[in-house]
Design a protein around this ligand. Structure first.
Ligand SMILES: [Fe+2]
Length: 483
């Protein structure tokens, strides 16, 4: 009986809207993420005032619910919050007569793994943005766990006008099918760039729960994401800087990502480093263990590493490409290309991969969530534990170590590290719980920094889930060996 009543209700709604859903669709429908893992908001805009029907469900039968939605505001926008959903679950929706899409709700609060997309600077050339969007869609076609959210570093469109939002972002599916489809399938959540100007239209089309200006934060499974608005003051003592400090201090999530537009460390060529980020934000990032800072503004890929914090320039979403300068301080990789990036978080390890729009990979590396954790009481002292899944800090007998440093034999990884120079390779072949690894399948790690370096595993040989190095201390945790 319930099913029959449900069907009757849907039919009545369809009949009801068949007269009204005729004006035409201008934007969307598209989901936006407002911070909940049991809800998603779907927006769309029509050509005239009318009532539309939206339906949703676990598949394209859309049998879980429906609503009749009138316009709001002054420009024929529609908005429906779909609530009561399960975390980490894919749902499908349809605005009857106007378009359909899907989304995945945010993970449960206890989730330890999640995958995210990040990119930025999508303005000016929607044809190039369309190519990038196609690669993002291919990522979650290949691995559906990547259908989550896309972090956006700002400069969405050329300027704060309806024309640019229509022609560069909310494009037609006929002109730019990948871009149009991406927006129906992945909530894009990001910051405003300088090109958004006063961002009245950014606010109109992305009405997120901003604290003030356009800054806010949210949890996404094991990740805390803070959105910084660089066009609202964040000087010392400002409301935004005080908020950011409190926000980062309060989170207990192991992963902390900050999204902003103008990077503190980038690779020149057009825009220089943002000194306010260096002087005002970087100390907070270090204090509270931020691992990754997503930025854009310069239209290329660049990665800087400062005090173990990754500072990304992801400006290749579609804007006219710039040539990065060479030799900029702290920059370890640049690439002049349209691109997107994929963040694959599993426990305390993030596998980060930057992909060009032509399908090739710019670079891939791993970082540890613990790289910037406050020093423990045992910092500086190698620790021995018995649980091999937790911490494996070795003090093996010297004769058990087959070190890769010729002529040397080190009691501890720390000792080997202290003796090594930049560019040396340390092979860890014995752990302290007597797990002897195959000497023919060594773990190869590279020193990338000089003082407090990040180690990255040599991909394809084996994977180190986490190798945490601190000044004066080496700790190897959760060592995973992939044959
Ligand atoms: Fe910019």
């Amino acid at each position: 009986m319930t099913r029959i009543l449900h069907c009757i209700a849907v039919l009545l709604l369809l009949l009801c809207c068949s007269n009204s859903a005729s004006a035409g669709i201008r934007k969307g429908p598209y989901p936006i993420f407002e911070g909940s893992n049991t809800a998603m908001t779907v927006l769309w805009q029509t050509d005239a005032g009318e009532t539309n029907v939206i339906r949703w469900g676990a598949d394209t039968n859309y049998s879980m619910g429906q609503a009749s939605v009138e316009t709001y505001g002054t420009d024929y926008q529609h908005k429906q919050v779909i609530s009561g959903l399960e975390p980490g679950t894919v749902y499908y929706y349809e605005v009857v007569g106007y378009g359909a899409g899907s989304f995945r709700t945010a993970p449960s609060a206890s989730a330890t793994a999640v995958k995210l997309i990040a990119y930025g600077d999508t303005r000016t050339y929607p044809a190039d943005h369309n190519k990038v969007a196609g690669r993002i869609r291919a990522a979650y076609a290949d691995d559906p766990a990547f259908q989550t959210i896309a972090l956006h570093a700002g400069d969405w469109v050329t300027s704060n006008s309806e024309t640019y939002w229509t022609n560069e972002w909310f494009v037609s599916g006929a002109d730019y099918p990948q871009l149009h489809a991406l927006q129906a399938e992945v909530p894009v959540v990001g910051v405003r760039g300088n090109h958004e100007g006063t961002a009245t239209l950014f606010a109109k089309y992305f009405p997120e729960p901003y604290v003030a200006g356009f800054y806010w934060s949210f949890d996404y499974g094991p990740v805390h994401v803070a959105m910084v608005d660089q066009y609202t003051t964040y000087t010392a003592g400002s409301a935004q800087l005080n908020w950011l400090s409190s926000d980062l201090a309060a989170t207990t999530k192991p992963w902390k990502i900050v999204v902003l537009h103008e990077p503190g460390w980038t690779s020149g060529g057009s825009h220089g480093n943002n000194i306010a980020v260096q002087t005002l934000l970087q100390p907070l990032f270090g204090q509270y263990g931020v691992q990754l800072v997503v930025g854009g503004h310069n239209h290329y890929y660049a990665r800087g590493v400062v005090d173990n914090i990754q500072h990304l320039t992801l400006g290749g979403g579609g804007a006219p490409l710039y040539a990065p300068a060479s030799g900029e301080p702290n920059i370890v990789r640049t690439d002049q290309s349209n691109h997107h990036t994929e963040l694959d978080i599993n426990g305390n390890t993030m596998l980060f991969t930057a992909h060009r729009a032509d399908g090739t990979v710019i670079e891939s590396f791993t970082i540890s969530s613990g790289i910037n954790q406050a020093p423990t009481a045992n910092a500086g002292v190698d620790q021995t534990v018995t649980d091999p899944t937790q911490i494996a800090v070795n003090s093996p007998p010297c004769n058990a170590i087959n070190t890769s440093i010729p002529g040397s034999c080190y009691q501890t990884v720390r000792a080997a590290y202290q003796a090594a120079d930049n560019g040396d390779t340390i092979k860890i072949v014995t752990l302290d719980f007597a797990e002897v690894l195959d000497a023919n399948r060594p773990i190869s790690v590279s020193l990338l920094g000089g003082y407090d370096p990040v180690f990255s595993a040599s991909k394809g040989v084996s994977i180190i889930n986490s190798l945490i190095l601190r000044r004066g201390m080496v700790r190897v945790s959760r060592l995973a060996i992939t044959p």
